[in-house]
Design a protein around this ligand. Structure first.
Ligand code: BTN
Length: 288
């Protein structure tokens, strides 16, 4: 991957300016700094390697050289988008999901709110960060990380022997190597296609149609950052709620039916889901 090749491959997409780095701390940080200096809408930062990549709740996100896709897009929200960190997250997840399904015929699903799964294992994550000017939402940084080659997952496993969730990579589920730039192109096309329809009913329908665990029972786990991996008593964090996934509310919150039949809506925030029963993928991996 290099700047010129990326610019050529992505030339027919209506993106802002592109900045490519062989190695960077975090593409989200680069994009945020660039936005502070006046980056245009849809400016794109791509890195071959991240040394300080991060996921939700401040967790580490591993992007070893040549094995993954790590990129961030500067998005200036329109009035309609305001306050829609959750929709922007869904936009990223849906674009990855669409690309894996339509271009590579993989059974990708969105694990609400920000993960993309194939065969019940995580292949990609989305991290949207907002910058505020007082009360006003100034800019959103839409960061996406995709595990492409097996080494991306192996590095994470070597650093974190106990995973929160089973992980895999696109090449493993595809059974062959793939061109990262082609995948990047396909995901970016999806982002551009859906971006103008974020508040349209078909966006919500597509998001809902791609939800993982529909009609299945899940546990809602509080996200407590890195301590989640290293509970003092060595135990897994306890679920705050258990429910059956029904779908999405109009505002994008996740609707669950509890054991008592009550319908609850989970707001986008610091919670995550896991299947109520251990899946085959969980049994094969060292997860809590
Ligand atoms: C998660 O699963 O918690 C979200 C992971 C998001 C990782 C991407 S990689 C590109 C961008 N830069 C970062 O530091 N994080 C996001």
């Amino acid at each position: 991957m290099d700047q010129t090749r990326l610019e050529t491959i992505l030339a027919d997409l209506s993106l802002g300016v592109i900045r490519y780095f062989d190695r960077v701390g975090s593409t989200n940080d680069e994009a945020a700094q660039w936005a502070a200096q006046g980056a245009p809408d849809l400016a794109l930062v791509v890195a071959d390697e991240q040394t300080k990549g991060r996921g939700r709740a401040g967790r580490h996100w591993y992007t070893p050289r040549g094995t993954a896709l790590a990129f961030s897009i500067v998005v200036y929200p329109t009035l309609e988008d305001s306050g829609s960190v959750s929709r922007m997250t869904a936009l990223g997840a849906l674009a990855v999901c669409d690309a894996l399904k339509n271009r590579y015929h993989l059974p990708a699903k969105i694990k609400w709110p920000n993960d993309v799964l194939v065969d019940e294992k995580k292949v990609a994550g989305v991290l949207v960060e907002a910058q505020w000017t007082g009360e006003r939402l100034g800019v959103l940084i839409l960061g996406i990380g995709i595990n492409v080659a097996p080494a991306s997952v192996e590095t994470a496993l070597a650093s974190e022997p106990v995973l929160r969730f089973p992980s895999t990579c696109v090449e493993s589920v595809l059974g062959r190597p793939l061109d990262r730039q082609e995948l990047l192109y396909t995901v970016l096309s999806g982002i551009l296609r859906w971006r103008s329809r974020l508040v349209a009913p078909d966006f919500l329908r597509a998001w809902e149609a791609n939800l993982a665990y529909r009609d299945e029972w899940v546990q809602v786990i509080p996200n407590s950052g890195t301590s989640e991996l290293l509970q003092n008593d060595g135990k897994a964090p306890s679920p705050i709620q258990e429910g059956q996934v029904i779908g999405l509310s109009k505002d994008g919150s996740l609707k669950l039916r509890t054991r008592s039949g009550e319908i609850i809506a989970l707001q986008y925030g610091e919670v995550r889901l896991r299947p109520a029963k251990k899946t085959k993928a969980e049994e094969e991996s060292n997860v809590r």
